[in-house]
Ligand binder design. Structure first.
Ligand code: IPD
Ligand code: CA
Ligand code: CA
Ligand code: CA
Length: 262
């Protein structure tokens, strides 16, 4: 088994361990969720976010002690190998806090030299499904190959979006919605960027856009989209994307980008 497949399989295993940890923790009779905020009133974090990231770090280090890790809650660990794991322990913390069933564990593995994702796993916790991709090998949902939609008319497109935690960006986002809402079929705001991307990959959405995403939000999902035949543009795919990131089935890409950017 090659180095990438080894890590990909480990990511699938670790995402399952982390998912079980979350569901068991919240179903314990004495469990109480501790919620605090970070950058703004909308930017919540719980003791489970940090706990899951520690668990994932431990599982990675045990298996691949020389790899690097970048995570949302605990920052980065620098190793000596060519691989870096990019981890969002809970993507969709707001949903997790409210019990809205759309949150996930997102784990990408990227090449430290090229900065490109080589493998990605997104585990949808409430729906118990797993999206995965290895670069060049296609994308799968629960072990079955997936593909983006073949819609070519933007007027029939169901488009996902998300809002950053900054109110300045939220206002801009509102303006974009008012501009595109009359040109597409409808909008969805699910609350977990990794899942939004996976929904484009498996054809539950025709496209998705958001600004201000961090690598742990999109690194795994973006690979899953492109491996499912979709297209991603905007933002810097290696760093926080302060530009609008647009993902689509590729057929509506140009038009969707133009609408959003107007
Ligand atoms: C957030 C979610 C949300 C998106 C935000 C992200 P978090 O991640 O993916 O859908 O709109 O931009 O920060 O904080 O729940 O991991
Ligand atoms: Ca967060
Ligand atoms: Ca996230
Ligand atoms: Ca998170």
């Amino acid at each position: 088994m090659n180095e990438i497949t080894l890590r990909h399989n480990a990511a699938l295993e670790i995402a399952l361990i982390a998912s079980n940890f979350i569901t068991e923790s919240i179903s314990a009779p004495e469990f109480k969720l501790a919620v605090t905020t970070k950058s703004s009133r909308t930017d919540m974090v719980t003791q489970i976010d940090g706990g899951v990231e520690s668990l994932i770090q431990k599982e990675i280090i045990t298996r691949f002690p020389d790899d690097s890790i970048l995570g949302e809650e605990h920052g980065s660990i620098t190793g000596t190998s060519d691989y870096e794991w990019v981890v969002d322990p809970i993507d969709g913390t707001t949903n997790f806090v409210y019990g809205f069933p759309a949150y996930a564990i997102s784990i990408a593995i990227r090449d430290r030299n090229t900065k490109k994702a080589v493998a990605g796993v997104v585990r949808d916790i409430p729906r118990r499904r797993v999206f995965e991709a290895i670069a060049g090998e296609g994308a799968m949902l629960d072990g079955i190959k997936i593909r983006v939609t073949d819609l070519s008319e933007i007027s029939g497109a169901l488009i996902g979006t998300g809002f950053s935690y900054s109110d300045t960006i939220r206002i801009r986002q509102g303006e974009v919605i008012s501009r595109i809402i009359t040109k597409i079929r409808d909008i969805r705001r699910m609350g977990a960027a990794s899942l939004d991307l996976c929904m484009v990959a498996c054809g539950e959405l025709d496209g998705y856009y958001e600004i201000g995403l961090q690598p742990w939000d999109y690194m795994a999902g973006a690979l899953i989209v492109t491996e499912a035949g979709g297209q991603i543009s905007g933002g810097d795919l290696d760093e926080p994307s302060y530009e609008m990131m647009v993902a689509s089935n590729s057929l509506i890409h140009k038009e969707l980008r133009a609408l959003i950017k107007k």
